[in-house]
Design a protein around this ligand. Sequence first.
Ligand code: R5P
Length: 301
Amino acid sequence: MTMLFAGSSHPSLAKKLASKAKIPLGKVQLDQFPDGEFLVDIEEDVQGKEIFVFQSLAHRPHDYLMELLIMVDALKRASAKKITAIVPYLSYCRQDRKTAPGSPISAKLVANFFVTAGVDHLIVIDIHSEQVEGFFDIPVEPLHCQEMLSEAAKQYLSRDCIVVAPDVGGIKMAERVARYLGIKFVLMKKERSNAYDVKVALVGEVKGKDVFIIDDMCSTAGTLVAAASLCRSSGAKKIIAAVTHGLFTKEALKKIEESPIERLFITDTVSQKSFLPSKVEVLSVIPLLSCSINCSESENS
Ligand code: R5P
């Protein structure tokens, strides 16, 4: 017997997922004490059951992380047989190495939290850096959206098209997309002076070509807009972009609206708080996730 419990970060996606994967959505009370501490009450019998817990860690990463961990603790203490966390967007993955003597490796700390709370298995979509998978001492199933994003972008791109990785960390992703589309990719070198401002330099040629800029996430849109502007000033024709996680903080959507990006594809891993510009198209990760849930169910039956 399987059941899915949803945290409060993205209830609409959790509901759609439960319906598509044909598993019941378990009843859970999610509340807060007057001082802000989270209070969770699992209102189902989960003893001996295979449980999926759904939470996307965008917008209020600490709150949603803590809520997820407390839910997992409650499920473990109620004798759930196996707990799989489904985390479409896993936060803190950008802090995956020491960049200065005083810097933390927050991604490792977060991975430890998952394991300590009692998560047995993790399903995650387009994790920022692949090395983070190794920080978890439990099986991690990384899902990728690049094929889906490329398929959608294809109709806007001519044959003379090139993939652009807006920073060195995006090489593997760009390689995957380029291989899928049967085209080449170029790279940008990115320097970040603060959380909002980035400088990019192009390593390669985009003149006269359509470009397909691919990244794992868009937060301030500094990266995407700098990359698109450089492509335009370097002679690119059509500029199409795709990111898996549309975090869109502060003025990000306005910057995208005013940028030379003609169309931006994102997925629904993150719930959207504002109205999206018409150039932004959202693709759903539900088929990807439900397929993964159903595979895991059949493995365990
Ligand atoms: C960085 O390594 C990531 O792949 C993204 O390029 C970055 O996090 C995007 O952030 P922003 O939209 O704030 O430039």
